[in-house]
Design a protein around this ligand. Sequence first.
Ligand code: NAI
Length: 258
Amino acid sequence: MGTYVVTGSASGMGAAIATRLRDADHRVIGVDRAEAEVVADLSTPAGRQLAIDEVLAQCDGRLDGAVLAAGLGPRRGAERTIVEVNVLGVTELLDGLRPALAAGDKAKVVVVGSNSTTSTPLVPARAISQLKRGDTEAATRIIVRRRQLAPAIAYAASKLAVSHWCREHAVTADWAGSGIRLNLLAPGPVMTPLLRSQLDSPTGKQVRSFPVPAREYGTPEQIADWAMTMLSPAADFMVGAVVTVDGGTEALMRPDAW
Ligand code: NAI
């Protein structure tokens, strides 16, 4: 029995992963805006620090793994909040929890990215580099210049920044060298409240036209099964990998990427 932190544990994929972990007799410290062991708002510096302090207190300084699933989808006018939660809600938490993960035995970290990293064109490289530096204000200024496209660009930029950050850190002495296996899961459209709200929004038609060769959406339970494998000893030799589970969109758009 291990101790795992799961952000976004109150809904969608985070909730499904928390359920799988509890069903396997693990202890879950959920982090979310409500209905969680740690109630914190990851869109603010104070909320992120509260989450780190509370998790460290509740886990007694030792974690067997972490799943970073809290996130926001594209929404007009919310570009700054999207990048705060999707980037700093991952990178600051991982920095803060790293000592507890290093104290575990080959602790596993699964960060929920997105296949929007490879399916969204024209994401400004400068926005991504500002996000990796943690400057969400400068990044948002660049993103909102894209006007109509700003929400989708904010979302893709946030997932690109977090994916780059994870892969760059995963291989270092502080992470792989300290026994921590840090990997990414990149889902395509998965039927959760987040996707439902996208489908019901004014841009729902565009969301529906997104090509998915499997001709169906994923389920949170399918993603939870992949996360469980990435939290298991099967991932002892897995570092900085991106596991794409997207019904074929990535292969359709980038058949020659590997
Ligand atoms: P969801 O909306 O069902 O769950 C997200 C959870 O994050 C919610 O419980 C929410 O309260 C929490 N959260 C949001 N903002 C927060 C904040 N400021 N502080 C604390 N918690 C906060 O969404 P879903 O679909 O399960 O998304 C999980 C992750 O998967 C997200 O990172 C999302 O970007 C990513 N993703 C989702 C896809 C989809 O089609 N559903 C596709 C690809 C990636």
